[in-house]
Design a protein around this ligand. Sequence first.
Ligand SMILES: O=P(O)(O)OC[C@H]1O[C@H](O[C@H]2O[C@H](CO)[C@@H](O)[C@H](O)[C@H]2O)[C@H](O)[C@@H](O)[C@@H]1O
Length: 366
Amino acid sequence: MTNQNVVVSDAKSSMKVAVAIAAMSNQSLFPPAVPKPPASSAGRFIRRKPVKKLETQGGPTKINAWVDSMRASSPAKSPPSSPEHDSWMVTHPSALEMFDEITKASKGKKIVMFLDYDGTLSPIVQDPDRAFMSDEMRAAVKAVARYFPTAIVSGRGKDKVHDFVKLKELYYAGSHGMDIEGPAHGTNDKSVVCQPASEFLPMINQVYKKLVVKTQFIEGAKVESNKFCLSVHFRCVEEKKWAELAELVKEVLSDYPKLKMNYGRKVLEIKPTIKWDKGKALEFLLEALGYANSKDVLPIYIGDDKTDEDAFKVLRKKKQGFGILVSKFPKETSAAYTLQDPSEVMCFLQRMVEWKQISQRGYYRT
Ligand SMILES: O=P(O)(O)OC[C@H]1O[C@H](O[C@H]2O[C@H](CO)[C@@H](O)[C@H](O)[C@H]2O)[C@H](O)[C@@H](O)[C@@H]1O
């Protein structure tokens, strides 16, 4: 794996990208410490003051639109045997069934693996702090990384996702790609670092604190700090309380026009309004690995989330590599192939390893 030592600054888009030699300089590349919020905060059950209506922000109609989007982020599911599902599988076949096509396309190319975390390497669970990956999955990812440069690209904070995955040899792109770090190999080695939203850190911390206070009376609501972005979880909030939660979040965000909000899987995701996403992180990592504009690379990106679509789109646009969507149910996607769930993801990773071992040996072991 090639690491680089470059500093790029793009003042126009106010994004700063730094790829630096951390070990050589022996200095922290991070801005001075801002008081660190706790990783998450659960709601408490205390009577609260009535919520002020946001007439100036579009009033209830707008909030209804928010709630509709919150519902749409968990759409009605077509059963795996429905005609809708069958026709979707024709246009988005299983990556396991298409395995030979995928490996054939990699002939003469270096495969680089990009893996989302939640819903891809770990199953979706009620409590975001308990989204552990299995030891078997960890072993599969570790084995894949032995043969192919591998990056975890997640909405989670980089350190948190690193704590879940526990593999030093990987690249980690946390905060939806806004916090990238390469594997540290030794004191003289180079580490890739990219933090295009660092100037937003104080603002994000401020909003985190406000959201924790505001949402504390909504039973089941949980605010998670992902360093350069925030998640407001409503998976455990009763649907009749969604409008109230949306109103509170909207109220806080109305003071922060430089932040935007997207809908994830039963979560409101708050991010800086910079032009950076998981697709940009993929491009950045390919460049850091020495594959900018190269035809000699085959990126494979596996993810289940709407935010992974930005990476699928990049691959589709480049006509390079494959996006693989993890979903049991038909969804609009720019991915080429599908896998049903994390257990199929693990199977796919294990097959990649077997295939690589066989192609290196040149024969099957009986
Ligand atoms: O990019 P990802 O790694 O997929 O992260 C996206 C969000 O994932 C987490 O939330 C999701 O998974 C939780 C645990 O299974 C689940 O409880 C929650 O409902 C899901 O939305 C994470 O907690 C978020 O911060 C990430 O933004």
